[in-house]
Write a protein that binds this ligand. Structure first.
Ligand code: 26Q
Length: 819
């Protein structure tokens, strides 16, 4: 085959113009004058791809020669955000592209805005995966991201009468220029059927799987370019396609309609992202999704990436499969099955290899969020895997007995198989037993994981548990989202900070420089104007520059306590409406919410309704004199986050202590110079330690205090009785003031707060209100606030996902960069 190397087009304005027009004419089949905005966007995307292609192919070739140890990141979600700008930035093409397009009379800005972001994730966990693959590429670490190419990502949220309505996210509708499908490389993935015992040629008794049906997994490759390092890694997402056996069935049975139904059934597997991000429902399709992508990924790695002639004993020196929560944990019995049934290893060898090839990241502390699969369902869908899980459990419990004696209580507690309320496989336990390492996502979370969630395992496996605090990519969340801040930082510190975020420390000195502070304040003001422009076009909202911008954006969850924010707003409003507080005495504030609720999470949906209802009343009441505004733009996503976060003054991180594993929005805000009002939870703890108490508004109970209050018996109604402000706020909601006098609309929220309040909103209310008074007082001194904001940025370099990757490499993966 020809060996002529693939070369990139010349990185000049002329070269770019030629490539762009070529793609427009020859790939899209339109002339410039007849092209639509979408045509031009697609041609531009193709052009950017052309510049990255040579590097991508070269990296793949080099790595197949070098054969380094590779990270296989297994994640059911990648919340990527828009690709165009990121890829331009990585390839250093932004300026050339801007000029080249201008020369063609095309506005880059207009093309940017038309891209529909791939929303292939729910929230923090999916966005974390996207940050991690960006950092791995930027750090030249050999790695592949594996996941699912959902045809529909996270739903599009709209509000009708203030209530959430979900619409399908057809992100592929206008074309998908960033993906490379490879139908010829499809893997066959099997399901169902039964197992049977047999004796092999060596007289060893073995089991084999006779599957009932299968589907094809078609790989779709995406480029993951490193920042300015000429490297391009791969994200490989799988799409489910019916096998030809479905066609065969038509031929044999003549039942055409039934055959088409069967085809639809198979292709449903990658049809839609599950929009739940806790309380897993044990749905069969979800387990099918998990096994589908994990089986395809393992087989892809072993057959296509690993290369020929590798002794399986050496597998742990070539790969680490990182499990992003329990969603891909079925990979553990799958690798065992491949080693045992296909590669004919004996049990002990297979298990020794498997135990070194996996590591598990836990992202939760909520017991209801821990995934379990009923033995019934798992046995029906994956009978061979269930057998393997049983054997893993038997041997594990045997080892536990050897160590601790016949402590039946402990055995029951540690068993991978739970018995109540039905027989089920505890996926977190399976991951912990199989994983070489188990990590939490912030210091506090990792500690609680060891002490509260998996204490017996921590005792049994000393050294297995570790922490890697989450991080976020400074490329997307500073460089791209906040270009003016990025320029200001570069002006002060030089350009190196983007890949060495600890250098932001250098800004500490600038925090004391009045001139720098003035420049910083100007950037913040300009970001507010930019946000206002976006929200005006998008939702008809206006953001006033002289309002404090107070932002709470994250999935809607009771534990995250959007209700606490609502009670604060209602308290402020009630003060004015009752005449006890003069509107003129209130610090002007715009409260911004962004939050999607899982479609089946009724209480979360009620809270969304309440936020919209409170917003309507507060925004329209003339007595407020426009000094309080509540904005709830629908469909919060990565694209909106990139506009909102740089404009924020105040970041709301107010979960009940001990419930938020880490949070990553908190880091994005701090790195963009918002101050945090927050509890002692997740990574807030580390943010506060780094920025210092003077630059962080701490409130609320600590995790041990939460425990103690539960233990002594929590009675939320007592807090209601004893706090006048709280009582007035709740009474106002209960009175129907936000529901046209209809007291029934928000009654379920009110009674939940008064008589249940699992997340102790009322217990933390007074402390929160006091913290907000401090916020107001601090904001009154704008110059001091700006200084704090700059110190937040200067001290948060730790939260780069590059640092997270270094920690994973040092503590878990041992996969050095390959330059
Ligand atoms: C599981 C089974 C069935 C259906 C859905 C799910 C499911 C899907 C998504 C369960 C959980 C999720 C997502 C969880 C998540 O986003 N957790 C967040 O992870 C962040 C990154 O570590 C942390 O910062 C957040 O604290 C944590 O809440």
């Amino acid at each position: 085959l020809a060996l002529a190397p693939v070369t990139a087009p010349p990185a000049s304005v002329d070269g770019f113009v030629r490539e762009f027009l070529h793609n427009l004419n020859f790939e899209l089949g339109v002339s410039l004058s007849a092209s639509s905005v979408n045509d031009r966007y697609l041609a531009l995307a193709q052009t950017v791809r052309d510049y990255l292609m040579a590097r991508w192919l070269d990296d793949q070739r080099r790595l197949s020669e070098i054969k380094p140890k590779t990270v296989c990141y297994l994640s059911a979600e990648y919340l990527l955000g828009r690709q165009l700008d990121n890829n331009l930035l990585a390839a250093r093409l932004t300026d050339v592209a801007t000029e080249a397009l201008a020369a063609c009379g095309v506005s880059l800005e207009e093309l940017r805005e038309i891209e529909v972001e791939p929303g292939l994730g729910n929230g923090g966990l999916g966005r974390l995966a996207a940050c991690f693959i960006d950092s791995l590429a930027t750090m030249s670490v050999p790695s592949i991201g594996y996941g699912i190419r959902y045809e529909y990502g996270i739903f599009r949220q709209t509000f009708v009468d203030g209530q959430q309505v979900e619409q399908p996210d057809s992100w592929l509708r206008l074309g998908s220029p960033w993906e490379f499908p490879h139908p010829e490389a499809a893997q066959t993935i099997s399901f169902g059927g039964h197992t049977e015992k047999y004796v092999d040629d060596d007289g060893v008794e073995r089991s084999r799987w006779i599957p009932g049906w299968n589907v094809l997994a078609v790989p779709y490759n995406y480029m993951v370019p490193g920042y300015h390092n000429g490297r391009v890694n791969t994200l490989r997402l799988w799409r489910a396609v019916a096998t030809s056996s479905f066609d065969l069935r038509v031929f044999n049975s003549g039942d055409y309609e039934e055959a088409v139904r069967a085809q639809t059934y198979a292709e449903n597997i990658s049809k839609v992202l599950y929009p739940e991000d806790s309380t897993p429902q044990g749905k069969e399709l979800r387990l099918q999704q998990q096994y589908f992508f994990v089986a395809a990924s393992i087989s892809d790695f072993l057959e296509n990436v690993l290369g020929d002639g590798v002794e399986l004993e050496k597998l742990p020196s070539r790969v680490i499969f990182q499990l992003n929560d329990t969603h891909p944990v079925i990979a553990v019995p799958e690798l065992m099955r491949v080693l045992l049934d296909e590669r004919r290893l004996d049990w002990d060898d297979a298990w020794a290899i498997t135990q070194q090839c996996f590591a598990y990241t836990c992202h939760t502390l909520l017991p209801e969020a821990l995934e379990v699969w009923s033995v019934d369902l798992l046995g029906r869908l994956l009978p061979r895997h269930l057998e393997i899980i049983y054997r893993i459990n038997e041997e594990f419990l045997e080892a536990v007995r050897e160590r601790f004696g016949d402590d039946e209580m402990r055995i029951r507690n540690m068993s991978i198989i739970g018995e109540h309320p039905y027989r089920s496989v505890r996926m977190a336990y399976l991951a912990t037993v199989a994983g070489a390492k188990v990590n939490g996502v912030a210091e506090l979370h990792s500690q609680l994981l060891r002490d509260k969630v998996l204490p017996d395992f921590d005792e049994f496996y000393p050294g297995k548990f570790t922490n890697v605090t989450n991080g976020v990519t400074p490329r997307r969340f500073i460089r791209l989202a906040n270009p003016d801040l990025a320029s200001l930082i570069t002006e002060a510190l030089g350009a190196g900070w983007t890949i060495d975020l600890e250098r932001l420390r250098g800004l500490e000195a600038y925090a004391e420089d009045p001139e720098f502070r003035a420049k910083f304040a100007a950037v913040k003001a300009s970001n507010k104007r930019r946000l206002s422009d976006v929200l005006h076009v998008r939702d008809g909202f206006d953001v006033s520059e002289d309002h404090m911008l107070d932002v709470m954006v994250k999935r809607l969850h009771e534990y995250k306590r959007q209700m606490l924010k609502v009670l604060h707003i209602v308290t402020e409003y009630e003060g004015i409406a009752s005449g006890r507080v003069a509107a003129s005495a209130v610090q002007p504030r715009t409260f911004v919410f962004g939050a999607k609720a899982a479609p089946g999470y009724i209480m979360a949906k009620r809270i969304i309704h309440l936020i919209n209802a409170v917003g309507k009343v507060v925004n329209e009441d003339p007595r407020v004199e426009g000094r309080l505004k509540v904005l709830f733009p629908p469909n919060y996503n990565v694209t909106l986050a990139e506009r909102l976060i740089p404009a924020a003054d105040l970041s709301e991180q107010i979960s009940l202590a001990g419930k938020e594993a880490s949070g990553t929005g908190n880091m994005k805000f701090a790195l963009n110079g918002a101050l945090t009002v927050g509890t002692d939870d997740g990574a807030n703890v580390e943010i506060r330690q780094l920025v210092g108490d003077d630059n962080f508004f701490l409130f609320g109970m600590t995790e041990p205090e939460v425990e103690a209050l539960w233990a002594k018996g929590y009675r939320p109604a007592d807090f209601y009785q004893q706090d006048d402000d709280l009582r007035r706020a709740i009474d106002l909601i209960a009175s129907g003031a936000f529901s046209d006098g209809d007291r029934s609309v928000f009654e379920p929220i009110v009674s939940n707060l008064l008589y249940d309040d699992r997340f102790m909103v009322l217990a933390d209310y007074s402390s929160y209100i006091a913290a907000q008074a401090q916020v107001d007082a601090a904001y009154a001194d704008q110059d001091a606030w700006t200084r704090s904001a700059i110190l937040n940025i200067a001290r948060c370099g730790f939260f780069s996902s590059d640092r997270s990757m270094r920690d994973y490499i040092d503590r878990i993966w041992h996969t050095p960069p390959v330059l």
